[in-house]
Design a protein. Structure first.
Length: 229
């Protein structure tokens, strides 16, 4: 069975191909800024499983059919264009950065050490360059991508094909579904979105950029019951 995620019309996300399912949480530095991801646990999922995207399931992260009684409107509204058309380019002396703001999942890894844009600007400093690359790689949605100036290639984390349920204890909310390792995401009408190393999918039901996350879980105070585990 092929590894992929299938968005269903006004329903859950169907995951196939035996993709492992993890729970991961944001960890802060001494200043309270997001620093890294911590893997909390691996969830029992099986060869295929259905993940809730309406936010109403009593068995999160899995679907229990609550989208029906909730009258969930899961209409996909995301633009069907490649990342390169969404992103702005920021050039630095040591590393370049592309930034597609519409993909932002508000994980805030880009805030540390003065912010990734200032770090890119000062990337002739090896320390600043290293932090900029680290921050871009920790961006779960792939909004931010650091680029090797000499090779002209993106600097991407080496991810296994997998799915993670994210938690944001710093904001007191549960975060999106994090899809890693170049797993295809197929829309309800059969369109396959651009395959990328990392994307985030909404699971609170409130994103204005469905099926992708736009940070609405923070405004909604979304809680799946596992924030502080």
């Amino acid at each position: 069975m092929d590894k992929k995620l299938k968005i269903t019309r006004d329903g859950p996300i169907l995951v196939s191909g035996g993709l492992p399912l993890y729970r991961e949480a944001i960890v802060a530095d001494a200043n309270g800024d997001p620093l890294e991801w911590r893997r909390v646990e691996e969830l029992e999922a099986g060869e295929s499983y259905a993940l809730c995207r309406c936010g109403a399931s009593k068995n999160k992260p899995f679907c229990d059919g609550s989208h029906i009684s909730a009258g969930f409107d899961g209409t996909e509204t995301a633009r069907r264009v490649p990342y390169s058309e969404m992103a702005e380019l920021y050039r630095g002396p040591g590393v370049d950065l592309t930034d597609a703001m519409e993909l932002c999942a508000v994980a805030r890894f880009c805030h540390r050490a003065g912010g990734i844009w200032a770090l890119v600007e000062g990337s002739d400093d090896p320390v600043k360059k290293g932090i900029a690359i680290e921050e871009a790689g920790n961006c779960p949605s792939g909004r931010l991508v650091a680029w090797d100036k000499e090779a002209g290639k993106p600097i991407e984390p080496d991810f296994e094909p997998s799915v993670s349920i994210t938690e944001d204890p710093l904001s007191g909310v549960s975060g999106p579904i994090w899809v890693k390792g170049g797993v295809p995401v197929e829309s309800a009408d059969g369109h396959v979105y651009e395959v990328r190393n990392r994307v985030t999918l909404c699971r609170c039901g409130r994103s204005g950029n469905k099926p992708f996350c736009n940070g609405a879980h923070i405004r909604a105070g979304f809680d799946d019951g596992h924030i502080n585990e």
